[in-house]
Ligand binder design. Structure first.
Ligand code: NAP
Length: 332
């Protein structure tokens, strides 16, 4: 059997981490520094949601901000420096029914391990427009807390009718000169209190029964800028052009938890359930951290913090297990 640079057999690890956003890479750093030589399945889109962000100004330690992809790159290098290893493949199947735990990659290769840290993150839902993709990170965003600051004194559009849209619209009024909230129906899905807060905010203009057909913008010397959106009233079919500098899609998030359906406990929206103040799931040796188990804070720094918790929980679990096994051996 082939050995890795850490001298471990390739297909058994003490710690396997699935997912490589701030949660996964922080878990990798901590477990690597605990000499656990974690193997990180980074997936085919390594780095998570920060890879589609441009400047990150709210990650502590970077006085002048840092580009999202660069932040993920240094996090990965920091974890690798202490012995973490990355595999750029997706995990397609897990079997947590017995010990050792088993995970199988997209090429059918099976790995066994003593602990799994799940940090598969969440994905923002997108409307699905070509122009939404084109201007992503250049005026199109799904995170007001991350990107609202870039639109000081400018007009922005928020799309959605749930609590996320109300929250994002209200938050953006701190920076923007005007927030245009666009919803596809004549009724919001959001809770009454959040609706009232948005409706009562003089900086928010609400446009109902309207869908976005196209995000408008310019591209000069490779520099893309959002300038507005072409929208259509679904009742009258009338089309209008709205000016804006920022466009926020706020139609919800989806935790990347399908792989664990029927195996790990999750809430009705698919977020993994962990024990209070812990990263422990319902299965012994399996821990969860980051946005796949957090639909409330959803920040890079909170994800990183929970990745640290998961690594410490895994390390303590392994220590206890090894101690118990040594007692059994001593008795035999
Ligand atoms: P949500 O409740 O599912 O609402 C999504 C909204 O986006 C809906 O209004 C939906 O329209 C609209 N939408 C979906 N797909 C669309 C598309 N392709 N084009 C245009 N609009 C589209 O999602 P959420 O707002 O993210 O909330 C998710 C959960 O988190 C909820 O339980 C919510 O209460 C909770 N949450 C709570 C807070 C808080 O308490 N502070 C903050 C955020 C979220 P339709 O209504 O027509 O379907």
């Amino acid at each position: 059997m082939e050995n890795t640079k850490n001298g471990q057999e390739n297909n058994h690890r003490k710690v396997i981490i699935i997912g490589s956003g701030p949660a996964g890479l922080t878990a990798a750093l901590y477990s690597a520094r605990a000499s656990l030589q974690p193997l990180v399945f980074e997936g085919v889109q390594p780095g998570g949601q920060l890879m589609i962000t441009t400047e990150v100004e709210n990650y502590p330690g970077f006085e002048h901000g840092i580009q999202g992809p660069e932040l993920m790159d240094v996090m990965r290098k920091q974890a690798h420096r202490f012995g973490a290893e990355s595999v750029y493949k997706n995990i397609d199947k897990v079997d947590f029914s017995s010990s050792p735990l088993k995970v199988t990659d997209e090429e059918g290769r099976q790995y066994t391990c003593d602990t799994v840290i799940v940090s598969t993150g969440a994905s923002a839902k997108w409307i699905g427009l070509e122009t939404e993709k084109k201007f992503m990170g250049y005026g199109v965003s799904s995170c007001a807390t991350c990107d609202g600051f870039f639109f000081r004194g400018m007009k922005v559009i928020v799309v959605g009718g749930g609590d996320t849209a109300m929250e994002e619209a209200s938050y953006l009024t701190r920076h923007a000169s005007e927030v245009i909230l666009i919803h596809r129906r004549d009724e919001f899905r959001a809770s009454k209190i959040m609706q009232e807060r948005a409706k009562g905010n003089p900086k928010i203009r609400i446009i109902m029964d309207t869908v976005v057909e196209e995000i408008l913008g310019t591209e000069e010397d490779g520099r893309k800028t959002v300038t507005g959106a072409r929208v259509r009233n679904v009742k009258t079919n009338e089309e209008t052009t709205l000016e804006c500098s920022g466009f926020f899609t706020a139609i919800g998030h989806e935790p990347n938890s399908k792989l664990f359906k029927g195996i790990l406990d999750m809430d009705e929206n698919g977020y993994l359930i962990t024990q209070p103040s812990s990263s422990k799931t319902n299965i012994e040796g399996v821990f969860a951290c980051g946005d796949v188990q957090d639909n409330y804070y959803r920040q890079a720094v909170t994800a990183a913090g929970s990745g640290c918790m998961a690594a410490i929980d895994a390390e303590r679990y392994l220590e206890t297990k090894e101690y118990e096994e040594s007692l059994v051996k001593a008795k035999a």
